[in-house]
Design a binder for this molecule. Structure first.
Ligand code: F1X
Length: 387
């Protein structure tokens, strides 16, 4: 493996990654305890997890749940370490594993088994005015020129990534307007996605709610123009607040069914039909909730990526996994940071963490001067492709 920059940590006072633990997570835990009438044992377990993650060490016991062997190895390698010393990506992923443990999500003998702790927040977004406006905009695309429509669907999926509920936890009023595209490899993306051949296009989803709705509209377009099937890869269980699971897709289709616009109801119908005939495949993999980068993806998932026409990775967390959640020089070419990926790959991501690669050096200097927090606000976005 080539020399890689060091992982982003959570130890630096004033850093964004540290603020996720010290500012975002306390709000997140308070929201959960407010959203559900959890009994004392669950509320206490959540508070204990929060306290441990702010000032404690990693206990030796592996938190139960699926993929236990992977987690045995991961935890054994970090047991006894202060949370502060952990890499950001590992620590966050472990935090959500522990959170699911605290709310008894995988306990078959608990009445809280399978209860998505983030469902109330996800449902609020599905019923909210922002999604309403998104669907009005979708319906208004009817009759648009084909190239304009395709561009609009791609940009809606891209900017839909601003609406993740982890980011909104402590940024409730975050600007959801469209911002600046710092890289735009859209032509390369379409060339790959619409190339002849029967290999699938894989879309690795990120968040439920507005983002998965826009992603489904993009998937519908791909189903229309691609010459092979489309796979939508989802999380196997709740994660990073709003990450989309199979249940979220089903809830979204139901919400689309209720829409006043015929175009939107037709979208839901086409998607269901495509799932039924196997043209659209919903898929998941345990690796999507591992605390690791795609550089070390399990062989079976790497093979799936390798055999796809194109893998489209949505969102900030997938980006962190793709290039590595590391202290990259932002001028590093995307093709270099993602060069190891087993097949053609595209990233659609709004910037909501310190990581950046593939930024034009001249623009970078100006950005750092005019908007020093540009990496964190979700108002800068990337469409990056490595063929
Ligand atoms: O993957 P997503 O939904 O685009 O973003 C995930 C996120 O909420 O989590 C991280 C911090 O918790 C940040 O990278 C980002 O803000």
């Amino acid at each position: 493996m080539p020399d890689l920059p060091p992982p982003i940590g959570i130890d630096r006072p004033g850093s964004f990654s540290r603020s996720v633990f010290h500012e975002r997570h306390p709000v997140l835990i308070a929201n959960l305890v407010g959203d559900f009438p959890y009994p004392p044992r669950i509320a206490e377990a959540l508070e204990a997890l929060l306290a441990e993650s702010l000032a404690g060490t990693v206990p030796p016991r592996t938190p139960g749940g699926p993929e236990i062997h992977t987690w045995h190895l991961e935890v054994a390698a970090r047991a006894g370490l202060p949370w502060d010393s952990l890499p950001f990506l590992w620590a966050e992923s472990y935090f959500y594993r522990r959170l699911l443990r605290a709310v008894e999500y995988h306990h078959y003998d608990s009445p809280w088994c399978g209860v998505d702790p983030f469902a109330p927040q996800k449902h609020a977004q599905l019923d909210g005015p922002e999604l309403r406006a998104d669907l009005d905009a979708y319906a208004a695309l009817k009759g648009a020129d084909a190239a304009d429509r395709r561009r609009a669907l791609l940009l809606a999926s891209l900017w839909g990534n601003q609406a993740d509920l982890g980011f909104r936890t402590n940024n409730p009023g975050a600007d959801t307007g469209v911002g600046e595209l710092l890289a735009d490899d859209a032509d390369a993306l379409w060339a790959l996605a619409e190339a002849p051949g029967e290999a699938p296009v894989i879309v690795v989803a990120d968040n439920a709610g507005r983002e998965i709705t826009a992603d489904l509209a993009l998937v519908d377009h791909l189903l229309e123009t691609a010459t092979g099937p489309v796979e939508l890869h989802l999380k196997p269980h709740p994660y990073f607040v709003s990450d989309a699971t199979g249940l979220d897709v089903s809830d979204t289709l139901r919400a689309l069914d209720r829409d006043p616009h015929e175009e939107v109801r037709d979208l839901a119908r086409r998607l269901r039909d495509a799932i039924r005939v196997g043209w659209l495949r919903l898929r998941t993999h345990g690796a999507y909730v591992h605390p690791t980068e795609y550089r070390t993806a399990p062989a079976d998932l790497a093979e799936e990526f390798a055999s796809a026409k194109l893998v489209i990775l949505k969102g900030d967390l997938n980006y962190r996994r793709l290039v590595g959640d590391r202290e990259w020089d932002p001028a590093t070419p995307f093709a270099e940071a993602a060069g190891y990926f087993p097949g053609p790959v595209a990233a659609l991501r709004t910037a909501k963490s310190d990581l950046a690669v593939g930024v034009d050096p001249a623009r970078l200097a100006a950005l750092d001067a005019e908007a020093p927090d540009w990496r964190l606000t979700g108002t800068r976005a990337f469409i990056q492709v490595r063929p």
